[in-house]
Design a protein around this ligand. Structure first.
Ligand SMILES: *Cc1c(COP(=O)(O)O)cnc(C)c1O
Length: 657
């Protein structure tokens, strides 16, 4: 059966083309390959990369970043807008910004700034720390500030924020302070008078258009951010009264992230275009329309308006924005604005892959029949009978009987009428019954309702070297779906149906929902772990980083470059991951940066444990133990050494042995 399996089957099973094209595919060895600029261009075997990173002592789990993919996404976004501008004869330009909050990693922002230079791509900030980043990373153009990349200043602003932003304009930055609340307007104007620096102002409008999906309430009258229409009128009256209406140049809105439906985007653009037109009529200095973020990522590849998907592509998005703004402005007979967008997710999601290994599995599908004995307890004999009589006609009835017998066995055990050994036997028989029934229903077109859960019940648990809370918090917090699949063995049929458990001692630390074209699926197809063959001269350099009992099995979680790293938490004190930045070149690839993940000592430091203090306490304890004759000097030294060494380890699992 396994020999019938082809690589094409794996592509289809994991919907790889749908969510991964053109960046990820499978080569003839059954390994995932990464092709940042699409077919025919430079590509890299991900499995080989993982091996070679491990032989450089970079331990799993790690995050691999492909700066080429960032470059490709950035180029694509700009090209889509430029195509649309030509197509609709739009008489102005697109000048995007990257919202730092989406992935504020220094090397990520640096790559975006570097690759973005060709497009005059700027940055969006939503807090003081992000403003500090933007000012340091972007290079202003003294001579011609108008050609500088833009810094959009969003978020809540105090005087320090506003003054820094104002003063920085002196360096030639094109900084636009977006007023989100009336207080910010008064404070900005006061500070500007104090410093004698004229600001460029924008206003963020609360649109009536409702977003869709999870972040749908980022807009509307009760939204957290932005100005209502009456407040916008107040802003205008105020600026007019001070004779500084010309400071106002930009209209901004943001209707939420991961907008899955294009109709929502269209409707927002129509509303915003009309506001813009009204504004420019009273203030000819208006020149920017900033459409915010929201450009979605198709995490399941279904191209639908499902939460994890989107029913449009990047070109549709650009077309609809450009066309709608153009149409509205033409009708009103006004000059079209410079278009700004603040796409974070769409730029950064694809570039990182989380690589993790499977430690071991717990599998009820491999439970084997116990031996039958003459004097077996009645309940066990009943279960035997059920097992033997299961067939295609009666499996449903027998399934219910098996459940009932198992429950009874547990009751008997609780009252002391069944031994532990007999209870274990009963449970084994129950699982074997489930296996037999599962085999029958697997081939059915439609599964009877009360057997729907059997697939879930029979799923293997794959224990993974990972903290969901640290590495993919949205999978836990908001049931976000990310494509997950093996990195290798893709020429082989995956015969297991599994859910993933992580390292944390938290029952939420698991992944049991996976992408599918319609709805989601509750199990992921994975390969059987292969036992490690212990050979005499096993000198493979990477084995030290694996559990010693199974051959390494690597899984990848894809499209995790947006929001996950920064929102992850330190539950159970699993720390930051090792991160490797890779760029492709004609010889293969180059490790641009290696950012080591947290050591145990570092994570302990975050929660105020000091290494020296800990070591001193343990030293005193062992000293005391030696004095009292509870521990030998040699043991004490070993314990002390272990404790000290462990403080320098990575927080994830390394080897079992
Ligand atoms: C978060 C945010 C963005 C980024 O949104 P994406 O959906 O990731 O593109 C853009 N603008 C503002 C104001 C934001 O708050």
């Amino acid at each position: 059966m396994a020999s019938d399996w082809s690589i094409e089957d794996s592509v289809n099973l994991y919907h790889l083309k749908n969510w991964g094209s053109p960046y990820f595919s499978i080569n003839r060895d059954g390994h995932i390959t990464v092709t940042p600029h699409g077919e025919g261009d430079k590509s890299l075997d991900l499995y080989n990369l993982i091996q070679s990173l491990q032989s450089r002592n970079i331990r799993l789990p790690f995050l691999i970043r492909f700066s080429d993919i960032l470059a490709a996404r950035l180029a694509q976004l700009n090209e889509c807008f430029n195509h649309a501008i030509i197509r609709y004869d739009y008489n102005n330009k697109y000048q995007g910004v990257y919202p730092i909050k989406c992935n504020p990693d220094r090397h990520v922002v640096q790559s975006i700034v570097d690759y973005g230079a060709a497009y005059n791509f700027g940055l969006e900030v939503g807090s003081k720390p992000e403003l500090m980043i933007a000012l340091a990373m972007l290079k202003p153009r003294y001579k011609n500030p108008d050609s500088s990349p833009i810094i959009i200043c969003n978020g809540y602003k105090d005087s320090a924020y506003i003054q820094t932003a104002l003063l920085a304009t002196r360096l030639g930055y094109k900084l636009i302070i977006v007023i989100e609340q009336l207080e910010e307007l008064y404070s900005t104007v006061n500070n500007s008078i104090k410093l004698g620096i004229e600001p460029h102002l924008g206003i963020r409008a609360k649109l009536n258009t409702k977003g869709s999906g999870r972040w749908g309430n980022s807009t509307g009258d009760r939204a957290k951010f932005g100005l209502t229409m009456p407040q916008i009128v107040t802003v205008i009256d105020y600026l007019k009264s001070k004779q500084i209406l010309h400071y106002l140049q930009l209209l901004h809105f943001h209707i939420g992230s991961q907008i899955s439906s294009i109709s929502v985007i269209k409707s927002a653009i129509r509303e915003a275009s009309q506001i813009y037109i009204q504004l420019i009529k009273i203030n000819p200095n208006m020149k920017y329309l900033d459409v915010g973020g929201g450009l979605g990522v198709d995490y399941n590849g279904s191209k639908t308006n499902f939460d994890a998907s989107k029913n449009y592509d990047m070109q549709n998005y650009a077309n609809d924005i450009v066309a709608a703004v153009k149409e509205a402005c033409d009708e009103a007979n006004i000059q079209v604005p410079i278009l700004i967008s603040e796409s974070g997710r769409a730029i950064s999601a694809h570039h990182s892959i989380l690589i993790f290994n499977v430690l071991n599995t717990n599998d009820v599908s491999t439970v084997v029949l116990p031996h039958a004995q003459e004097n077996d307890h009645l309940i066990i004999r009943n279960l035997w009978e059920i097992y033997e009589s299961i067939n295609e006609e009666n499996y449903q009835e027998n399934y219910n009987d098996a459940i009932q017998m198992k429950e009874e066995a547990i009751s008997l055990f609780k009252f002391g009428y069944l031994s532990l050994i007999d209870r274990a036997k009963a449970e084994r028989l129950y699982w074997v019954c489930c296996q037999k029934i599962h085999k029958i229903i697997k081939n059915l077109d439609s599964i009877p309702h009360d057997l729907k859960d059997l697939e879930k019940i029979m799923a293997s648990i794959y224990y993974t070297n990972l903290s969901v809370f640290r590495a993919a918090p949205d999978a836990w917090a908001i049931n976000q779906l990310f494509p997950i699949m093996p990195i290798h063995r893709l020429e082989e049929e995956p015969t297991k149906r599994a859910i993933l458990a992580d390292l944390t001692c938290d029952s939420d630390g698991k992944i049991d929902q996976f992408i599918n074209l319609r709805k989601t699926k509750s199990v992921l197809e994975l390969h059987t772990l292969q036992p490690l063959e212990i050979t005499e001269n096993n000198n493979s350099s990477i084995l030290h980083d694996e559990t010693m009992f199974n051959q390494p099995y690597y899984l990848g979680m894809f499209l995790v470059g947006a929001y996950q790293e920064i929102m992850g938490n330190f539950h159970n004190l699993f720390g930051d991951l090792n991160v490797v930045h890779i760029s492709l070149n004609s010889q293969g690839y180059q490790v641009e940066h290696l950012v080591r993940g947290d050591t145990i000592k570092e994570v302990l430091g975050y929660v105020q444990y000091n290494q020296d203090e800990l070591l001193e306490i343990i030293r005193q304890r062992t000293e005391e133990g030696i004095q009292k004759g509870k521990i030998s000097l040699e043991e004490a030294q070993k314990l002390w050494q272990n404790y000290e060494n462990t403080l320098d380890y990575y927080t994830y699992l390394t080897a079992l042995g």
